[in-house]
Design a protein around this ligand. Structure first.
Ligand code: SAM
Length: 317
C-alpha cells in the first residue's frame, strides 16, 4: 500500500463538546508550548512530502479555533508536491472563513454534523449552533471547496432517527453525506451501547428512499463506499470501521497536535517527531525517521493493537 496521506491535528481544543468524542472526560488541554508551532508543522509536512505524502488533511480538536489557521493553510498549500490540502471541521466557524480558506489554497472540506434537528444537535454537541453549521456548509459549496463531505456518526438512541434527513441533504445538495460507525475509544463498555452497524443505517435510509445504487466518487481513496439515491444531486457514503476491516488498505498517518506520528488510529505506538525537532535534529535525521515510519506502518493494525483509551480530539479523528 502506498502511504500518501497525512492527517495533521493542529490543536486539541474544540468549541463543541460532543458526548462521544471525549469519553474519558479529560479536559486537560495541552499547554501552548506543547503544541507544534506552524513552522514545525510546515517542516514536518515538507519532509513527509519528500517521502511520498501528497494529500494532507488538517483536523483537531477543531482546526478553525487555532489562531491564524489561514496562515498555516497558505504555507502548506505552497508545498509543491502536496496535491490535495483539505480540512475537517465541525463547521461552526466555517461561514466566516470559507472564502479565505479557498483563496489561500485549501481544496476542500469535510463538515461533521450528526443531526439536522436543532434539539438533537444540541444534545450531542452541548451547543445550540446548528444554524451556523448549515450556513457554513452552504458557504463551502458556494465558494467551491468541493466536494463538500458531511460526516455523521450514528449513535444508538441519540440520532438514529436523523439519518433520513441527512440522506435527504444528499438529494438536494451536491454533497457526499457519509455515515461513520461509532468507534469505541474507551475500555469502559458503557459506550458500546452507542454502536449502530452501518448495514442498519443503510436499511433505514432505503426504507425511505428505496434501494441505493452504487456510485464512484472521484479521488475517493479512503475507506468510504459510496451510493446514490435516484436523481440526487449528491451521494451517500458508509465508513464501517468497526463492522468491516480495512487496515490492509489504510494509506494514512496521523500527526498529533503535540508532535507525535501515529501509524494506526488504534495503536498506542507513536514516534515523537517534536522531541527530535526541538532537540535540534537536521532534515536528514528527520527524513530517516519519517521514511522508517512509512516502512513500518503496516506492522500496526486494529487487530494487533492492544485496546487503548484515547480521545479523538487528541488524535484528530
Ligand atoms: N472538530 C473537527 C470535526 O468536528 O470534524 C475535527 C476533529 S473530530 C475529532 C473528527 C471526526 O471524528 C468527527 O467527524 C467526529 O464525529 C469523529 N469522531 C469523534 N469521536 C469518534 C468516535 N468515537 N467514533 C467515530 N468517529 C468519531
Amino acid at each position: 500500500m502506498r502511504i500518501d496521506y497525512l492527517r495533521v491535528s493542529v490543536t486539541d481544543r474544540c468549541n463543541l463538546r460532543c458526548i462521544y468524542c471525549n469519553p474519558l472526560g479529560n479536559c486537560n488541554f495541552l499547554r501552548r508550548d506543547e503544541i507544534l508551532t506552524f513552522e514545525e508543522i510546515h517542516r514536518i509536512v515538507r519532509l513527509f512530502a519528500q517521502c511520498g505524502i501528497s494529500r494532507v488533511r488538517l483536523t483537531g480538536g477543531e482546526p478553525l479555533v487555532r489562531k491564524n489557521i489561514i496562515q498555516l493553510v497558505r504555507s502548506l498549500a505552497a508545498i509543491a508536491s502536496i496535491e490535495e490540502l483539505s480540512l475537517t471541521t465541525n463547521g461552526v466557524l466555517l461561514e466566516e472563513v470559507a472564502d479565505e480558506l479557498k483563496a489561500v489554497g485549501l481544496n476542500r472540506v469535510n463538515v461533521s454534523v450528526d443531526s439536522l434537528d436543532r434539539e438533537s444537535y444540541r444534545l450531542i454537541t452541548e451547543f445550540d449552533l446548528l444554524e451556523k453549521v448549515t450556513k457554513g456548509i452552504h458557504k463551502a459549496v458556494e465558494v467551491g471547496l468541493k466536494p463538500v463531505k458531511i460526516n455523521t456518526v450514528v449513535l444508538r438512541g441519540i440520532n438514529e432517527q436523523d439519518v433520513v434527513a441527512l440522506a435527504q441533504l444528499s438529494v438536494e445538495m451536491p454533497v457526499a453525506v457519509r455515515f461513520i460507525e461509532y468507534c469505541p475509544t474507551s475500555k469502559s463498555t458503557e459506550f458500546n451501547r452507542f454502536f449502530v452497524p452501518n448495514n442498519q443505517v443503510r436499511r433505514n435510509i432505503e426504507s425511505r428512499f428505496g434501494p441505493l445504487a452504487a456510485t464512484v466518487v472521484a479521488n475517493a481513496a479512503g475507506p468510504a463506499v459510496y451510493f446514490k439515491v435516484k436523481h440526487s444531486a449528491g451521494c451517500i457514503g458508509f465508513i464501517s470501521g468497526k463492522s468491516t476491516f480495512f487496515c490492509e488498505r489504510c494509506n494514512r498517518l496521523r500527526l498529533t497536535s503535540d508532535g507525535k506520528v501515529r501509524p494506526c488510529l488504534y495503536s498506542a505506538h507513536h514516534y515523537d517527531v517534536k522531541e527530535l525537532i526541538r532537540g535540534g535534529a537536521d532534515d536528514e535525521t528527520l527524513l530517516d525517521l519519517l521514511k522508517n515510519i512509512i516502512t513500518e506502518k503496516h506492522r500496526y493494525t486494529r487487530l494487533n493493537s492492544p485496546v487503548e483509551e484515547f480521545s479523538m480530539r487528541n488524535v484528530g479523528g
